[in-house]
Write a protein that binds this ligand. Structure first.
Ligand code: 2NE
Length: 270
C-alpha cells in the first residue's frame, strides 16, 4: 500500500491512502511511549483527519513491529503530569481520548507488540482493534505509581466486565492477543505480517457503509456510556441533520427576513 504523507511532525507520522488516514506514534526506541509533544501532534492530526471530508476512516498505530505504545514516557513524568518543552506538566492524553471518542468517523487501532498503560487505553477508546498475533495487552499503573480511572478503568469495565477489569488493573499482568480477543477487549487477531492488510480490509468495508449511519451508531453508544457528554454528541448530530432540512432552514430564513416562520407547512411525522 502506498502511503502519502499529509503533514510532517516530530514524534508521529500522518499519512493517507485514498480515504484512509493513518496516524503512527513514532518513538520505536521507547516502544512508542508518548510525551506531551507526541500527544499534541496526535490531537492535531486527528483534528485534521476529522475536518477533511475526504477521509472516512482513521487508523492509529505504532512504528515498528515491537509496540503499539508503552504509555506515558516515564522519563518526562514530572510533578502532576508529563512535561514537554513548554515545561508545563500535562495529562493531555485525556484530551486525545475524548477526541477519538467524539470523532464521528470510525477509528481503528492497529496493534503490533506491546499495548501497555496509557497506550493501551488509547487502543481501548478506538472503535475497533485489529491486533497482530505478537500483541500483548496490559495496564501497569499500580506498578509504576499511576492510574487511569476514567475511560481506562470505568469504560474498560463496560467492555470486558468488572471482574476482568479489576484483574487487569490490580494485578498488572500482560495478556496475549488471543486472550484479549476472548475477553472482548479487541476485535480481531491476525498473523503479524498480515496486520496492515487485515486492518485496511476492514477500513475499505467501512468506507462502503453509510457514513451517517456509522456516525449515529458511534454517537449512540457514546451516549450510553458517556452521560450528558455522550448525549451532547448524539444531539449535535441530530442538529446537524436538522440544519439540512427545509424545516430547519425556515426558522433561520424567517429570522433573517424578519417575518413569522411558517412551520405549519411541515409534516408532523408519527
Ligand atoms: C512495555 C514493556 C513491558 C516492554 O518490555 P521490554 O523488556 O520488551 O522492553 P524495555 O527494555 O523495557 O523497553 C525498551 C526501551 O523503552 C523504554 C525502556 O526504558 C527501554 O529503554 P532503554 O532502557 O533501552 O534505554 N521504555 C519502555 N516503556 C517506556 C515508558 N513508558 N516510558 C519511558 N521509557 C520506556 C516495558 O518497557 C514496560 O513495562 N514499560 C513501561 C510501561 C509503563 O509502565 N507505562 C506507563 C504507564 S502510566 C501511563 O501510561 C499513563 C497513565 O496511567 C495515566 C495517564 C497517562 C499515562
Amino acid at each position: 500500500t502506498e502511503w502519502t504523507p499529509i503533514k510532517d511532525y516530530s514524534e508521529i507520522l500522518f499519512e493517507r491512502t485514498g480515504k484512509i488516514a493513518k496516524i503512527t506514534m513514532n518513538r520505536p526506541q521507547k516502544h512508542n511511549a508518548f510525551t506531551p509533544v507526541t500527544v499534541s501532534e496526535m490531537i492535531d492530526a486527528f483534528s485534521l483527519a476529522r475536518d477533511d471530508e475526504s477521509i472516512g476512516v482513521i487508523i492509529l498505530t505504532g512504528a515498528g513491529d515491537k509496540a503499539f505504545s508503552s504509555g506515558g514516557d516515564q522519563s518526562v513524568r514530572g510533578n502532576g503530569g508529563y512535561v514537554g518543552p513548554d515545561e508545563i506538566a500535562r495529562l493531555n492524553v485525556l484530551d486525545l481520548q475524548r477526541l477519538i471518542r467524539v470523532i464521528p468517523k470510525p477509528v481503528i487501532a492497529m496493534v503490533k507488540g506491546w499495548s501497555v498503560g496509557g497506550g493501551n487505553v488509547l487502543q481501548l477508546v478506538c472503535d475497533l482493534t485489529v491486533a497482530a498475533d505478537n500483541a500483548q495487552f496490559g495496564q501497569t499503573g499500580p506498578k509504576v505509581g499511576s492510574f487511569d480511572a476514567g475511560y481506562g478503568s470505568a469504560y474498560l469495565a463496560r467492555v470486558i466486565g468488572h471482574k476482568r477489569a479489576k484483574e487487569v488493573w490490580f494485578l498488572d499482568h500482560f495478556y496475549s492477543a488471543d486472550e484479549a480477543l476472548a475477553m472482548g477487549w479487541i476485535n480481531r487477531v491476525v498473523p503479524l505480517a498480515e496486520v496492515e492488510t487485515a486492518t485496511l480490509e476492514w477500513a475499505y468495508e467501512l468506507l462502503e457503509k453509510s457514513p451517517t449511519a456509522l456516525r449515529f451508531i458511534k454517537a449512540a453508544m457514546n451516549a450510553d456510556t458517556d452521560g450528558v457528554a455522550g448525549l451532547q454528541q448524539l444531539a449535535g448530530d441530530a442538529t446537524m441533520l436538522f440544519y439540512t432540512t427545509d424545516e430547519g432552514k425556515e426558522g433561520r430564513d424567517a429570522f433573517l427576513e424578519k417575518r413569522k416562520p411558517d412551520f405549519n407547512q411541515f409534516p408532523k411525522f408519527p
